[in-house]
Design a protein around this ligand. Structure first.
Ligand code: FMN
Length: 276
């Protein structure tokens, strides 16, 4: 991967810092819209609990999320710091006081309605619905003045570690750990985190049908991602980080094949697999 020239670095950082959520003036004041557009992932929290009524409201937002045929293909596992430490023998990630692990779970609906086995269909439905529930919880937290971070990797908390988590949590077939949302109160007196580089609307919502995003747009985005990463990490190698992700994806793929499709060493012995 090319190194950024100083000029590219400065220009990319300037574009990141200048970017703002955009909404037409006629609707920009809508409080829910503002909550959605201004939400940013938080990775540092005050050492203060999430109150019981806030926890209840966040779980309720997940429970009432939309789902395919109202099948509600999810299970939420809440953890406070102590419960997390007891379960995983490590602190709750990012110093957060509370977390909810979101599991894609088609087991319950399958038991209720006796659907035939359909691993890819089940997997897609389970992941889609549980992701929507996760987003509802994140937005509910935001509305309550809390911050959140969804985690697929840090500290063995999500799909990158699905196989290991399924073993630790003794999950049955059809239940896949998808993502962990950590919640906490944002540090006071600090501005919102800077918005990471988002693609322009033309690249993600092309008018007139699907077409590949412009190569120059992709290159500018990649440079911003690289510049943002370097700025946030004090100059660590972006190429090194991409190589790390590539490795983790390879490992995660093997675990997911085992969990979702029943591939792998224990498949012949009737392993967990056989569909989500
Ligand atoms: C499914 C999912 C998994 C994520 N996993 C991680 C993670 O493991 N570690 C982390 O620091 N952030 C994680 N994030 C947060 C993203 O990095 C963040 O959403 C992205 O950079 C965009 O920033 P924004 O949320 O402020 O718009 C995850 C987000 C999603 C949706």
């Amino acid at each position: 991967m090319e190194r950024l020239t100083k000029r590219q670095l400065v220009a990319s950082l300037a574009r990141i810092l200048a970017a703002r959520p955009r909404a037409p003036r006629s609707v920009a004041g809508n409080p829910l819209l503002r909550t959605i557009l201004e939400r940013r992932t938080r990775r540092r929290f005050r050492d203060e609990d999430v109150a019981p009524d806030e926890r209840e409201a966040i779980l309720e937002a997940g429970r009432l999320a939309p789902s395919t045929v109202n099948l509600q293909t999810w299970t939420f596992l809440p953890f406070d710091r102590e419960q997390w430490r007891r379960t995983f023998s490590r602190p709750l990630p990012l110093g957060a006081p509370w977390a909810v692990m979101i599991l894609a779970d088609t087991r319950r609906a399958r038991r209720a309605f006796e659907f035939p086995a359909a691993p890819l269909c089940d997997h897609t439905v389970g992941v889609m619905n549980a992701s929507l529930a996760a987003m509802s919880m994140v937005l509910a937290a935001e509305a309550l003045g809390l911050g959140s971070c969804l985690l697929s990797e840090t500290g063995k908390t999500g799909f990158y570690d699905a196989a290991e988590l399924a073993d630790v949590l003794v999950l049955p077939a059809g239940v896949l750990p998808l993502v962990t949302a950590v919640f906490g109160r944002p540090l006071s007196g600090r501005p919102r985190p800077v918005m990471p580089p988002k693609l322009p609307v033309e690249a993600v919502a092309p008018a007139g049908g699907y077409r590949d995003a412009d190569a120059a747009v992709l290159a500018a985005w990649r440079r911003q991602m690289q510049a943002g990463y370097q700025a946030a990490t004090g100059g660590r190698s972006f190429a090194g980080q991409l190589a790390h992700y590539a490795r983790r994806i390879g490992e995660a793929e093997a675990g997911l094949r085992r969990l979702v499709l029943g591939d792998g060493p224990d498949a012949a012995a009737g392993g967990r697999g056989k569909g989500l």
